[in-house]
Ligand binder design. Structure first.
Ligand SMILES: [Zn+2]
Ligand SMILES: [Zn+2]
Length: 236
């Protein structure tokens, strides 16, 4: 897999005639061939509209009911498993930011463009320390791949992550929720606004819920999340 990524990164300089990031097929468009695109792991069946766990009749699950209604809806492109999990890992932890193009392509191809009723679209922020360590915010790079740059809602810099929280991947479910309590700050009133938040991977939905809560506390009318992958295991 790694050698495929390295070939992919060294060879792909344009949208056209790229190697497929999954199978290395040549002359693909947007970095993934049609057969691999067709095989990406879609979420199927009835699911909780807030955290995407399987739930009868698409009703909110017990966990989400207990958390309240800060997050109005969750839109997820795919399940977090092969091959997207490996590509996202390479993107985030090996700093192959070139992969933002193909990841953004598959994400927004599935989700479509954020509808015009949204007033702003905000990438889930990283803490300053995490941003310095990684060098980029992966969610911001995915947001930048949104189709229609001229017509998308603006992306104001209103939110920040207050604490240098421990990596979510190293914590269990309960500790993740505690780790995120009051994790976000919003420095601008959001009265009456419809806000879309963008993230790369959601696991329990806690990060999205906390950011949505912070935005609602500043008066946001509606907050929906647009996410590339939903992970269903404890660790991502
Ligand atoms: Zn392929
Ligand atoms: Zn739920």
């Amino acid at each position: 897999m790694l050698s495929i990524f390295l070939d992919y990164i060294s060879d792909n300089c344009t949208i056209f005639n790229q190697k497929c990031v999954v199978c290395s097929a040549t002359n693909t468009r947007n970095g993934i061939c049609q057969p691999c695109l067709d095989e990406l792991p879609e979420l199927t069946g009835e699911r909780c509209p807030v955290c995407a766990v399987p739930a009868p009749e698409n009703q909110p699950c017990l966990d989400c009911r207990a958390r309240g209604d800060a997050l109005d809806a969750l839109h997820v492109s795919y399940e977090y498993c092969y091959p997207l999990a490996q590509i996202i890992h390479s993107f985030k932890y090996h700093k192959h930011i070139e992969l933002a193009g193909v990841l953004g392509f598959v994400m927004w191809r599935k989700l479509g463009t954020i509808p015009p009723r949204f007033d702003v679209v905000i990438a889930v922020p990283l803490s300053n320390e995490r941003l310095a360590e990684r060098g980029f915010n992966q969610s911001e790079l995915l947001r930048e791949e949104l189709p229609g740059p001229g017509s998308r809602p603006p992306s104001p810099d209103w939110c920040w992550r207050k604490y240098n929280t421990r990596p979510q991947a190293s914590l269990g479910r309960d500790r993740r929720a505690r780790n995120l309590a009051d994790a976000f700050g919003v420095e601008h009133r959001c009265d009456g606004l419809c806000i879309a938040i963008v993230d790369d991977v959601s696991t329990t939905g806690s990060t999205l819920f906390e950011l949505a809560s912070a935005l609602k506390n500043q008066g946001a009318k509606r907050v929906e999340a647009w996410v590339l992958c939903q992970a269903f295991s404890t660790f991502t």
